[in-house]
Design a protein around this ligand. Structure first.
Ligand SMILES: Cc1ncc(COP(=O)(O)O)c(C=O)c1O
Length: 360
């Protein structure tokens, strides 16, 4: 068996130890005589799996008691609609920061319900940095401020948490669990699973409990956070196997990695090695202002675009997979999520130097 170097932006690499554990437990989960994917979500065994996953996530992120953790479906994209549906009940204007493609998608969804106010945007300079605190201007009747902590496609991340006196709502799909986090600064945090949490199919929503009463009356039951909070996220059949795998990832982070501070240190070493390789050469380039470079997603271009397909073909033959940039921007992108190891990054930087020497 060979596991190659997987730099996919999502669904992303999973920790090998998690897949091995899932394999061991696949046919007969701990003497129960059946697989987790075959058991009732209302069985005591699955309820214990679900509760343990929540406890481990709470431990990892030190989630305060006045926050609820919801396990939903529909990905982060469905949360683009859930955010205004669940927060605009008392009225007010949805406020958004615009830093690229994922924030734009969230804004588009809010516009279906109410005109969104753009409280800050760096579109004018090509999204190479995020709005500075003094460039954020909320509307007078702001209901909340939404931002995307890490723009997965642009490779752009906030280096600070905006301070506002309305609930702060954050799309952390591509950065959650990459480093410790002060949950108490936020009203709502949400993230699709398929980067740092587990396989696609489950979405984590962390919501302060006083915000559960603000849904618009027309909110469909399955899109209402309160319904999930009141039913332990089991209003209907949840994605049980994805939930179980997410739980294994949380245990891996706690036990094998040693927590999020340790994970952050590893992640920083990984991205610094790659940015150093890019910056040391005139052949590779990354346009993002160094203070806002993502630690998870590193886009880069080749000086000669005509070499893009050769780069990708040769990389793949070296076992370096999924380096093609997003179709909307081209170039390359290496996603360095938690399960991507320092050895994976080293294999990439070695290849990049070699490619430049031969083709540059
Ligand atoms: C930052 C960010 N937000 C939202 C999404 C959409 O997630 P999903 O495909 O789970 O709906 C993605 C997907 O890559 C993302 O990176």
């Amino acid at each position: 068996m060979t596991r190659l170097h997987n730099f996919c932006a999502g669904p992303a690499a999973m920790p090998t130890a998690v897949l091995e554990r899932a394999r061991e437990e696949m046919l007969d989960y701990r003497g129960q005589g059946l697989s987790v994917m075959e058991m009732s979500h209302r069985s005591p065994t699955f309820e214990a799996i679900a509760a343990q996953a929540e406890r481990d996530l709470r431990d990892l992120l030190a989630i305060p008691d006045n926050y609820r953790v919801l396990f939903m479906q529909g990905g982060a994209t469905l949360q683009f609609a859930c955010v205004p549906l669940n927060l605009l009940g008392p009225g007010g204007t949805p406020n958004y920061l615009d830093t690229g493609i994922w924030s734009a998608k969230a804004i588009k969804e809010a516009n279906h319900l109410a005109g969104a106010h753009i409280a800050g945007s760096t579109q004018g300079n090509g999204y190479v940095h995020v709005p500075r605190p003094d460039e954020i201007a909320l509307s007078t009747d702001a209901a909340y401020l939404h931002y995307c902590h890490n723009e997965t496609i642009g490779g752009l991340a906030y280096d600070y948490v905006p301070e506002v006196d309305v609930p702060l709502v954050c799309d952390m799909s591509s950065s959650i669990l990459s480093a410790p986090l002060d949950v108490s600064r936020y009203g709502v945090i949400y993230a699709g699973a398929q980067k740092n949490i587990g396989p696609a199919g489950i979405t984590v929503v962390i919501v302060r409990d006083d915000l559960l009463e603000r849904a618009l009356p027309q909110t469909p039951s399955l899109l209402g956070w309160k319904v999930y909070a009141d039913n332990d996220s089991m209003i209907n059949t949840p994605p049980t196997y994805a939930w179980y795998l997410a739980g294994l990832v949380f245990q891996w982070l706690k036990q094998d990695v040693g927590g999020l501070a340790e994970m952050e240190a590893i992640n920083r070493r990984k991205c610094e090695a790659l940015y150093a390789a890019i910056d040391a050469s005139d052949f590779y380039a990354n346009p993002i202002d160094p203070t806002n470079r993502s630690i998870m997603n590193v886009p880069f271009t080749l000086a000669d675009e005509a070499l893009n397909s050769t780069f990708l073909e040769e990389a793949e033959s070296e076992g370096l997979l999924n380096l093609k940039g997003h179709r909307s921007v081209g170039g390359m992108r290496a996603s360095l999520y938690n399960a991507v190891s320092e050895a994976d990054v080293q294999a990439l930087t070695t290849f990049m130097r070699d490619f430049e020497r031969r083709r540059g």
